[in-house]
Design a protein around this ligand. Structure first.
Ligand code: SAH
Ligand code: SF4
Length: 378
């Protein structure tokens, strides 16, 4: 398959232009078209000579994501279902800022991006793993989730205002940035697609690319210990979230098969290493599932772990997945779990979910759409 231009770093692109005996400023022009103006065709790059546009067209693909379905309203959680060139479906979710969660200002938007089609890790509660793993996303497919969301936002801004008397959006808004934070918590296990993920994040982080600060990028993993160590050795200062969901091997083994490969002792040793290298706080994600991991007795080992790793805990009430028999605990149980952690001096938050009614947990919209498509075909 022809390589997509959006999987190239600035160095790659400059090297290519040197090979072609093109001046370096031409590479900068291409990057500006791709990441500032977010164009979707070579012909839109109007300040490039036509023969150069042809050369680019012959050597590189310029693929975009096709929006299949969108759920949610402006200023709430919005979920995008995209179709890739090979027809596979993936999701991204825009989450308006929740300052309590990751400490961002309230005019910010976070994009949750996918890194694989499906997931091989098969956590028992998760929709993404239900139908197995299909393939890794390439770097450009990860980058494009941000660009396509920003293009969608710009087109919305450019629409005439529906409310009479409301000010019309300025044309300049199309180049402004909508996404300021990234969480790598969509479909797939990001650290199982390490090289493509890192290449994409370098592009999204670079000033010539997405311009999103490394500290505004959180990578979530189900616990791939060796890759956590590898990430610790990377110079970029990404934030790390661990999908813990159980603070003992006994609880974790019940719901996360990955724990048999990398049990807690190995996972926490890798987290220690990350913490020492980066000197930044790790987040422990903990979904509360009724009768599985929500007993108050679980807060003791969880608090011990959080203290040892200098980590904060994000409690997330479980989102129901069709076909799975797991339930979220009552609000009283959720609040009691939070209070017990706080009593043990753990920094903890309880996500009072914004996206519950639109299948916001990863993989759910895709699953639903694939099933609907399958029923239509039979
Ligand atoms: N594979 C990575 C990142 C994607 S999953 C990981 O596991 O961390 C992102 C987060 O969504 C994880 O914390 C995951 O456990 C959580 N999640 C999955 N299904 C969920 C559900 N039904 N309700 C709430 N959170 C869910
Ligand atoms: Fe995969 Fe993460 Fe879902 Fe587990 S929770 S199946 S690792 S996407």
């Amino acid at each position: 398959m022809v390589r997509d231009i959006k999987s190239l770093s600035a160095d790659d692109l400059e090297a290519q232009f040197r090979d072609w005996k093109q001046p370096a400023y031409r590479a900068s022009q291409v990057m500006e078209w791709l990441y500032t103006h977010r164009v979707t065709s070579w012909d839109a790059m109007t300040n490039l000579p036509k023969p150069l546009r042809e050369l680019l067209r012959e050597n590189y693909a310029l693929r975009t994501l096709e929006l299949v379905r969108k759920q949610g309203a402006r200023d709430t959680t919005q979920k995008f279902l995209w179709r890739l060139a090979d027809q596979a479906l993936i999701e991204s979710v825009v989450i308006p800022a929740n300052p309590a969660l990751y400490g961002e200002a309230s005019d910010r938007h976070t994009l949750c991006v996918s890194t694989q089609v499906g997931c091989a890790y098969g956590c028992k509660f998760c929709a993404s793993g239900l139908e197995g793993w299909k393939r890794n996303l390439r770097a450009d497919e990860i980058v494009e989730q941000v660009l396509a969301t920003e293009r969608w936002h710009a087109s919305e801004e450019a629409k005439p205002a529906e409310v009479e008397g409301a000010p019309r959006a300025k044309a300049a808004a199309t180049d402004s940035r909508f996404i300021n934070n990234l969480v790598i918590m969509g479909m797939g296990e990001p650290l199982a697609n390490y090289d493509n993920l890192l290449q994409a994040l370098k592009i999204l982080n670079a000033p010539w690319g997405g311009g999103i600060g490394a500290r505004k990028i959180t990578i979530s993993t189900s616990g791939l210990a060796p890759q956590i160590r590898k990430l610790a050795d990377d110079p970029l200062q990404f934030r790390l979230a661990i999908s813990l969901h159980g603070a003992t091997d006994e609880t974790r083994n019940k719901i996360m098969p990955v724990n048999r490969k990398y049990p807690l002792a190995e996972l926490t040793a890798a987290c220690d290493y990350y913490q020492q290298k980066k000197e930044r706080m790790i987040t422990l994600e903990y979904i509360l599932i009724a009768g599985v991991n929500d007993a108050l007795a679980e807060t003791k080992p969880l608090a011990e772990l959080a203290h040892r790793l200098h980590a904060k805990v994000n409690l997330i009430p479980y989102n129901r997945v069709e076909d799975l028999n797991w339930e979220r605990p009552t609000e009283a149980v959720q609040e009691a779990f939070l209070a017990a952690l706080e009593k043990q001096r753990v920094i903890a938050t309880l996500r009072r979910e914004k996206g519950h009614d639109i299948d916001a947990a990863c993989g759910q919209l895709r699953l639903k759409t694939e099933r609907e498509l399958a029923t239509q075909q039979t």
